[in-house]
Design a protein around this ligand. Structure first.
Ligand code: SF4
Length: 117
């Protein structure tokens, strides 16, 4: 990845005055646009309710690093599932698979760095 990538990506995503919010707990960057936000910010709010970040929001931006972290977390959940009783184990595996699906969607739809230049 070129050293200038972060600056180019930031400039690209900040076009039209969009403000970016890092949301590591959800493995994403929020390119906040109030009208698209699924986390239901208050009317006139200038920031998302990141603690209530929801899957499928159109403001979501992920990098390859986020996809890698999603898969790492999925593997951790699978390890926990292997030691958990049945109902909990099943739920952990469902969550792990959901994280992997999100990473797969990123891989299938990601734009290369060159698209930002
Ligand atoms: S749901 Fe998540 S990605 Fe969407 S606006 Fe809220 S914090 Fe940002």
């Amino acid at each position: 990845m070129p050293r200038t990538f972060a600056k180019k990506a930031s400039t690209f995503l900040a076009r039209d005055g969009i403000v970016l919010y890092d949301n590591p707990a959800a493995f994403l960057i929020c390119a906040f646009k109030h009208d698209n936000a699924l986390c239901e910010p208050d009317p006139g709010a200038t920031a998302p309710r990141q603690y209530d970040c929801r899957p499928g929001c159109g403001n979501t931006v992920r990098t390859d690093s986020h996809a890698r972290l999603l898969r790492e977390r999925a593997n951790e959940l699978d390890q926990l599932a292997s030691r958990a009783p049945d109902p909990v184990s099943k739920r952990l595996r469902v969550n792990a698979n959901r994280l992997r699906e999100t990473a797969d969607i990123h891989d299938a739809t990601a734009h290369p760095t060159e698209a930002l230049t």
